[in-house]
Write a protein that binds this ligand. Sequence first.
Ligand code: F0G
Length: 359
Amino acid sequence: FSCRKSTMWKYKEFMPVDQSKIVSLEEGGTPFVRCQKLGEDLGVDLYVKVEGSNPTGSFKDRGMSVGITKAVELGVDTVGCASTGNTSASLAAYAARAGKRCVVLLPAGKVALGKLAQAMFHGADVISIKGNFDEALEAITALALQGQLYLLNSVNPFRLEGQKSIGFEIVDDLGWQSPDRIILPVGNAGNISAIWKGVNEFYNAGFIDELPMMTGIQAEGAAPIYNAVKNGKKDIIPVENPETVATAIRIGAPVSATKALRAIYDSNGLAETVTDDEILNAQKLLARTEGIGVEPASAASIAGLKKLVETGKVDKGEKVVCIVTGHLLKDPNTAINACEKPVEVEADINALSRIITGK
Ligand code: F0G
């Protein structure tokens, strides 16, 4: 396997797969953008890792490349997942590429339109569940245990093996050093666990001599990890009816909670919550000050950073990497609703010039 573009497979020696069977869409190698304006406003040295630039528009592609490669190695014929949207979009694409049947369970009415379109268009069998993500995950896990499909949610350790490459790339992007802090949205809690694994592998290999403080941000209405950290607990109490505009992280019983809590505690990190308004404001702020369009869940990282700076929990001058996990166009409805409708006029130069000049 070789390719000119820098992808996550730059680090293939760290990936536990048969290198002759890799299924790739050239995922990873995503932009690492210094955000000077926003950083100065917040008083930190800010970088944003733009995971929306992956093939299907979210970080899930990293884990799915490894996960599907493993499915090929194992020779399974059907793969499946439950999803708030992005995992299903990614799995559908990689399953298509590998020639596998794909079954996805989605919480009815709670999946952003772009993600639903992707899952359907790549040919997955899309099933809407009358229930939330946690219930869908329980159902698909039971089907997997009956041997009906190969489960590719992040309970599958090979998913995390792929996603740890975000940690590798951040270190590489910074010239082989660790940032002070990595901030990211937390839903099912796989990604924070995976990135912590990645930076530790580089630390243990002697590539870096410090580790970042892992900082997880949850929506106020779906914050079991935050609640556990606040109370110093090593395990979560599930949130019964999780709710947030950031449907990607509308999760009450994160499957990797224990690992995520270990990452936060062992790294001397933090957990924080943000409101839906704070998420939507941060989404617009990032889009309009830095030109980076992300979906609401991704903006939780920026909203969280802002809150942590304002409350003095993040020190001035820290080198901070915010991971923005999915592209703006994943959730077009939320984006359109957050803006005023365009004015509609005749294509008349005088009318147009009155609007542009405001006179
Ligand atoms: N951001 C986005 C855009 C996501 O889609 C997800 C998770 C997360 C953050 C949280 O990551 O679960 O590893 O803590 N989406 C999953 C899905 C649940 O089904 O697409 P996590």
